[in-house]
Design a protein around this ligand. Structure first.
Ligand SMILES: Nc1ncnc2c1ncn2[C@@H]1O[C@H](COP(=O)(O)OP(=O)(O)OP(=O)(O)O)[C@@H](O)[C@H]1O
Length: 313
């Protein structure tokens, strides 16, 4: 079992702390979603793990060793950082063959990964004719070539069509089930929620959360209930008397913040008010994430304030 270990990892560019004393372990056997606002330090962290950049201080190791000291790195770590990086004049097959030869990997892996990523029928087309989604698939194929126990994927669903996204989700879950360590950065929160078991969240280079997806949503969201009744006036009065204001939706459904369905159901039952619909509303990963990172966004929008109207003397 091969984990990724970050210990006090720090990278300073000029005056910018891109990664700031980051300590965490990315465990095998699960998909870890790597989240954070623009400029939070996700790509820098991945580059440090892959030895493309040297840390200012601290360490990043894979299976206890810095990437640069791995004997045959592609057999340990597969990475997708920039799907545009492949040479456009090569065919997909030639691109993968170049990688197998230069990394002393068995040639049979070429056909296997082409098949696995759905590229077998376009293997002899030049990469420059590939769509963004096909390039993403080729990037994944290259990452899988060495059958590595660790995968680092930067925005792998970028450019994929809905079918491709489902394929990617299933692939990530299978790779984790096989016991691999899978770290996936993404901007798409609700998409991440469909494949991640665990989350590592960064803000301004620092660790904001290292927790299971479920705990993250529970910790960074509050209770709310959706309710619909055939006697709105009575239910509104009953809830108001108990200190529960309601927010009315256009569709006749109300939202009651800071309450559970059990509590609202009991209040309505005691007052003999019919309830047509009642459910706890689970916050989405996006809502929980925004609640955590609003203050951490490097490029957060500045609230618009209208200019003061000049007063006539
Ligand atoms: N080579 C570099 N030279 C100078 N500054 C850099 C360099 N690489 C990254 N940075 C800065 O480091 C910070 C972190 O950038 P990074 O690309 O790691 O963030 P990110 O979380 O991957 O962002 P995004 O989601 O936008 O890709 C940013 O302020 C960025 O401008």
């Amino acid at each position: 079992m091969t984990s990724i270990d970050l210990q006090g990892l720090t990278k300073v560019y000029g005056g910018i702390r891109a990664v700031d004393h980051l300590t965490c372990r990315i465990e095998p056997g699960r998909v870890t979603g790597f989240l954070g606002p623009n400029g939070a330090g996700k790509s820098t962290t991945m580059r440090l793990v892959l030895g493309f950049d040297r840390p200012t201080s601290g360490t990043a190791t894979v299976g206890g060793r810095p990437y640069a000291t791995l004997h045959e790195p592609l057999r340990t770590v597969g990475a997708l950082l920039d799907a545009q990086a492949a040479h456009g004049s090569r065919t997909a097959h030639d691109h993968l063959r170049f990688l197998t030869v230069s990394n002393r990997l068995p040639a049979r892996r070429i056909a296997e990964v082409l098949e696995e990523t759905g590229l077998a029928t376009v293997a002899h087309r030049r990469i420059r004719s590939f769509s963004l989604g096909m390039r993403q698939r080729l990037g994944i194929a290259a990452a899988l070539l060495g059958d590595p126990p660790v995968l680092l994927l930067d925005e792998p669903t970028n450019g994929l069509d809905p079918e491709g996204i489902i394929w990617m989700r299933q692939l990530l879950c299978r790779l984790a089930r096989e016991g691999r360590t899978v770290l996936v950065s993404s901007h798409l929160m609700n998409e991440t929620a469909t494949f991640a078991d665990h989350l590592v969240v960064l803000g301004r280079g620092r660790l904001l959360a290292d927790t299971s997806l479920q705990d993250f949503i529970e910790q960074h969201s509050h209770e709310r209930v959706r309710v619909r009744t055939s006697e709105p006036a009575r239910l509104r009065a009953t809830l108001a008397a108990e200190g529960h204001p309601v927010v009315e939706g256009d569709d006749g459904r109300w939202v009651v913040e800071g309450a559970t369905a059990q509590h609202i159901g009991a209040l309505a039952a005691r007052a003999g008010i019919p309830v047509l619909e009642l459910a706890d509303e689970r916050a989405s990963l996006e809502q929980a994430y925004l609640a955590l990172t609003t203050d951490e966004a490097e490029f957060a929008a500045v609230p618009h304030t209208s200019p003061t109207t000049p007063q006539e003397a």
